[in-house]
Design a protein around this ligand. Sequence first.
Ligand SMILES: Nc1ncnc2c1ncn2[C@@H]1O[C@H](COP(=O)(O)OP(=O)(O)OP(=O)(O)O)[C@@H](O)[C@H]1O
Length: 616
Amino acid sequence: MSKTKEASPETPSGPRKNARFAFDAHSRLLLSRFINDWLRPRWRELFVILLLTTALSLATGAYPVVIKFSFDNLLEGDVTWLPWVLGAIIVVTAARGIFLYTQTVATNRVMLEVGVDMQNVTFRHMINADYARLTRDTPGRLMSKLTNDIQFIQQAAHASINSVLRDMMSVVVLVGAMFYLDWMISLVVLGVYPFAAVPISTIARRVRRNASRTQAELGGMTSLLAETLGATRLIKTFRLEDYAAERVGRSFEEVYRLKLKVVSAKARLESILEGLAGVAVAGVIWVAYWRISSGAATVGDFMGLTAALLMAAQPLKAVGGLMTRVQEGLAALDSIYGVLDEQPKTKDLPGAKPLVLDKGAVAFDRISFHYGQEELQAVTDFDLQVKGGQTVALVGRSGAGKSTIVNLVPRLFDVTAGAIRIDGQDIREVTLASLRGAIALVSQDVTLFDDTIRANIALGRLDASDEDIVAAAKAAAAHEFILSQPQGYDTVIGDRGVRLSGGQRQRLALASAILKNAPILLLDEATSALDTQSERLVQEALAAFTRERTTIVIAHRLSTVQNADLICVMDAGTIVEMGTHADLIAKGGAYARLVRAQLLTDEADPESSPAGLPLN
Ligand SMILES: Nc1ncnc2c1ncn2[C@@H]1O[C@H](COP(=O)(O)OP(=O)(O)OP(=O)(O)O)[C@@H](O)[C@H]1O
């Protein structure tokens, strides 16, 4: 598969800027991939649609012919045909109605199914993408691809099936009927339509350009809405309602402006086609007058032809308008393939074996890492051996690289130099599933789903029994507060756990990690939101839980890590000091300074301190 460029707001995913034709090679490639990937698997349903469409077109084409016969017989004063003519009209229109209904339902169903297929495949691909890729776009932009973009594609495919199959077929049958009725008049009519080709292609190009911009802006709008509605506390307390409304309003306006451009381009095309239809009708009347007066055609021919022409006008207009829809769909398709073509870099190597755990020793062998810009190293030459079952604390000032170290262990990112080994195995050489299965990570920004407390704890192990869940909650000192909730373990906690306090959310996350029962535990400020009382409870529970496990813990509150087997002080991405609490205090270096600074803060604000720190 070819690699399609990822969409960005500045250069939307649509055609290259200097594409000369609305339907260039890139568009043809996208189209053939779409047909191959999404339509071909549903060829049986599409074949049924084709049959229904053919039947519909034939019923449509029969209509002007019936009209011709009725007029011819009427003018001859022959009434014996009347019941047959009336019967034929009713049968033809009824058949048309039935085929129209079944064809419409069948087409809509297939297109909705294609949309769901695309959403499922794209979402699965997205969620399996690298963490780095997922954090590159805002959730809103990714959401927009799954909703708005796929809807554009669905609508374009639907319009194409209707126009290419139904309308084109109707036009072909109606043109056939016209030629049958009077070939000369038909030639006049058809001579007019090639003139429509030029405006169609010019307008389609413009639509494609604006459609890409609209889709990118829709992504931005969704993103902005999600961000703004997720920050209501900030907005309320800083009284930012007007600021938020203006910021969102600008995005609404921009989408409106771009949509208006597309709509007016489409409308222009429709009116051009309408005008041409008028010219065609005038041509018919002119030639018909001449043909009927010379006896070459009958009034019935003329009436039938006019009916055919009027019936063909609508599908012809639809075929013309289709180009614009298709351009919108192609722009969206480009954006979706941009996601689908991106392959994760963090993945299993060929022949990767499951991690074989022994004691759970984690070795950082002179690792370095940067988030993309080489000159901004987040971790440099970090060298640390964590023995199985040991608890190692990472401390240091903000931005020192502590969270980065913790993110590297489950391979949320891959090191740029050196290697991380678990029980002697390079983590890049084992399967991701086994690696991540061996690690439980609890971070400060707890993520919970809008589900029951039970289901949220069970995220640690989806098949856990109720007893296991309760045991984990008890170990995380969460059982009591859970029981005090209205429905106990079945209480629904709201989106991201908004109905719980920060400390309660953290204890649920801890319970989930405890339930996972992984041999390696990573705690990134996991107890920072707890009050003194609950922190003491959780620390006791954790002490028992971490005894048998390799634990790497990040803590700002140094009191929580003084019992660690080893404390590493980090600065500028590397370790500057290492030892036990007592050693480091005795040394009087960076750690002792951090402790002293924190003691001073705690004295100034005794409420913030869980416990005094002995300096020796
Ligand atoms: N996603 C990211 N993209 C680019 N740079 C990042 C990213 N995350 C962190 N950094 C940078 O990497 C460096 C280390 O950050 P890290 O979050 O590891 O520090 P930390 O010690 O955990 O800080 P804190 O104690 O404030 O959480 C910082 O300079 C930070 O700006």
